[in-house]
Design a protein around this ligand. Structure first.
Ligand SMILES: NC(=O)c1ccc[n+]([C@@H]2O[C@H](COP(=O)([O-])OP(=O)(O)OC[C@H]3O[C@@H](n4cnc5c(N)ncnc54)[C@H](OP(=O)(O)O)[C@@H]3O)[C@@H](O)[C@H]2O)c1
Length: 268
């Protein structure tokens, strides 16, 4: 276990994009039952980080998460959700968090993220609203997503009473640009990195070095790719199929050695 904002979190989390209603969010995907099983299976097998957002399925993903977590102890879980830029103004942002809470059927959100930055966003007003939410206990931690280093610097300057604990970014073996500077910046500033789209819809399994390590260690390629990311981030893969979720969860049962990590790192 590692920690975000002082709370223990599993080294892998799970994503929920497109869950609860199909990719366009109109509902009726028919996959909800299996998706509930996937989330429950992950929690029963030591994953406590669940990532969602108000825009996923127009709130349906949050509702699905709320239903899936009902039977588990809330304090054991680490629920992340995000406010979309359409609500980047004080009252709208506070309302968004309250609406997410209702859909999640929770008393608090562990980590609330600004989903992505927009040009000209009023960082002072937005971070002020995030801090109001943190003061009131609606959210426990403030974070950002898709923020560059300069976006993070601006946000940090405008955050007075709390700290920014995480940046959720696209990071995978096919998207290594965070290794240029962002990972180091986050390390230096104690900002946790959460890696989204970590398996690129399964495409990481085709990378030659992943295949080599997978064959040599007798571990599925997806697990090799996730183990690589776990060295510097918390990956949040998404699976709507239980067989996929089982493979993801299996990543927790072993640890990649330093030479395989180096080989993968050098192959990029
Ligand atoms: N902050 C942001 O802007 C942002 C952007 C994108 C994503 N995210 C978050 O990050 C999460 C993960 O990213 P993502 O959903 O884009 O991509 P991903 O997790 O890299 O890939 C998900 C896809 O991989 C498939 N998959 C899962 N396990 C597999 C396995 N063992 N073998 C082969 N395929 C497998 C899934 O299939 P099935 O579903 O059919 O099982 C799904 O189609 C999202 O769900 C969301 O929570 C955040």
């Amino acid at each position: 276990m590692t920690a975000i904002g002082g709370k223990k979190v599993s080294p892998i989390g799970i994503g929920t994009w497109s869950m609860g209603g199909g990719k366009l969010g109109f509902g009726g995907s028919g996959a909800e039952k299996e998706e509930m099983k996937c989330i429950k299976y992950a929690i029963e097998n030591d994953i406590n980080v669940i990532d969602t957002a108000e825009v996923y399925g127009m709130g349906r993903a949050e509702t699905l998460v709320g239903n899936a977590i009902k039977e588990f102890g809330r304090d054991e879980l680490f629920i992340i959700t995000k406010v979309s830029p359409y609500h980047f103004a004080r009252d709208k942002l506070i309302n968004s968090a309250k609406n997410s809470l209702k859909r999640l059927n929770c008393q608090y959100i562990d980590l609330y993220l600004l989903h992505w930055p927009t040009p000209g966003m009023n960082m002072g007003e937005i971070m002020g609203a995030m801090e109001t939410l943190a003061d009131s206990g609606i959210i426990n931690n403030i974070g950002v997503s898709n923020f560059s280093i300069s976006d993070m610097e601006k946000a940090m300057t405008e955050t007075k009473r709390h700290t920014i604990v995480a940046n959720q970014i696209h990071y995978s073996l096919l998207e290594r640009s965070p290794e240029d500077r962002i990972l180091d910046f986050c390390d230096k500033n104690k900002i946790g990195v959460i890696a989204y789209t970590p398996i690129e819809n399964g495409r990481v399994s085709e990378i030659r070095e992943v295949v080599r390590v997978s064959e040599q260690r007798k571990k599925p390629p997806i697990q090799v790719a996730l183990q690589y990311l776990m060295k510097r981030a918390i990956p949040i893969p998404k699976a709507s199929r239980l067989e996929h979720m089982k493979e993801i969860v299996g990543t927790l049962s072993w640890e990649m050695n330093a030479s395989d990590y180096k080989a993968l790192k050098d192959s990029g």
